[in-house]
Design a protein around this ligand. Sequence first.
Ligand code: CTP
Length: 424
Amino acid sequence: MTIRTTHEAAPHAGERPRVVLGVSGGIAAYKAAELLRRFTESGHDVTVVPTASALEFVGAPTWAALSGKEIATEVFENITEVPHVRIGQQADLVVVAPATANTLARAAHGLADDLLTNVLLTARCPVVFAPAMHTEMWEHPATAENVATLRRRGALVLEPAEGRLTGKDTGKGRLPDPDEIFALCSEVLARWTSTGSTDALADLAGRRVVVSAGGTREYLDPVRFIGNRSSGRQGYALARAAAARGADVVLVAANVSLPDPAGVKVVRVETTAQLRDEVVSAASGADAVVMAAAPADFRPTAVSDAKIKKATDGSAPTIELTQNPDILKEISHHRPHPGSVVVGFAAETGDDTGTVLELAKAKLARKGCDLLVVNDVRGGAVFGSPDNEAVILAADGAAVDVPSGSKNALAHVIWDQVVARLST
Ligand code: CTP
């Protein structure tokens, strides 16, 4: 349940969106300077509200210089402007990065003991928390309950990234890449601008989704492989969009060199067999599975341990291939649970047996999925491009034309179709 008041209003197209960047006291505070830069350079009006302990890590001059505004931390500064009420009320988006365990606890309990917590109580716009802390603190039941409380109230609390933490230890608790936090926040703002209400923003909250991306490789020997062409951009856009809509997302990525989307668990694989195992394991109990990856349909029957040498007589080796498992078909026929939605992709060129749409309809029936996103790839369109154009075919007979637009935009149309079919 999100708490709202009547003066809630989405930013109008063309206006400079007003962003409040709350910074709390963790070592990752220095990364928030990069996030601030991304917001200001792309035309946002940013007010930075650091906590007192954040200023121990990065001083007020840095925030003031990068935002072009004076910095306040306590409610009794600049009191004639009533900042503790005005900043929150006027915000179009509040993002707290890094959000420490202490700040999450204060927000969850509705405390108002500094400027940031006052802002959080007066804001009626979307609120994003990007937590960063040690794994033990993130996993502590107190933090877990605070996160659950904030999510229940409609805030978007991102899962921290995994990797190197402050000391020598590694684990879950890193602040996601600032560029990716920015990308996610931009999607939240864009959706709020277009829908005009925060109600539908987190329509995947409480849902678990699995997305696959990239192209698999099937090795012939330690250096050679046969593989499928795929940049992974559409799958990554789907994962980011789902995280921006509140989902718990696992992204199984095959040979993709893109940064991890914020708030998304990324599992890396190389081959179709590995992709199958990771997707099947992550799909257990999931609400939706979207197979945006391009798995190689065949693998060499034998993989040589040593590099295959050229024959002196100039002859080329014959490679025997074995068919790989069809992951989409398997997931469609063994549903993670009865109400789950399964989505496939089809890159078609059409041939003498049928048009692009005829082949796609046959594929939808053959695979047994609920939705099939059909790309017409005659002439090599789509691969690696930031844009995509598609038709979404549904097993219930519906067809949605998605005109040429960004892969992010297509990702949201796909999630709209998934949300409409999710069981309640
Ligand atoms: N797919 C899969 N497992 C495979 C191959 C494909 O799960 N071994 C999924 C893809 O992720 C995609 C969908 O199936 O969502 C369609 O992929 P495509 O390559 O078009 O399907 P194929 O079954 O390989 O059909 P075709 O005979 O046209 O190659």
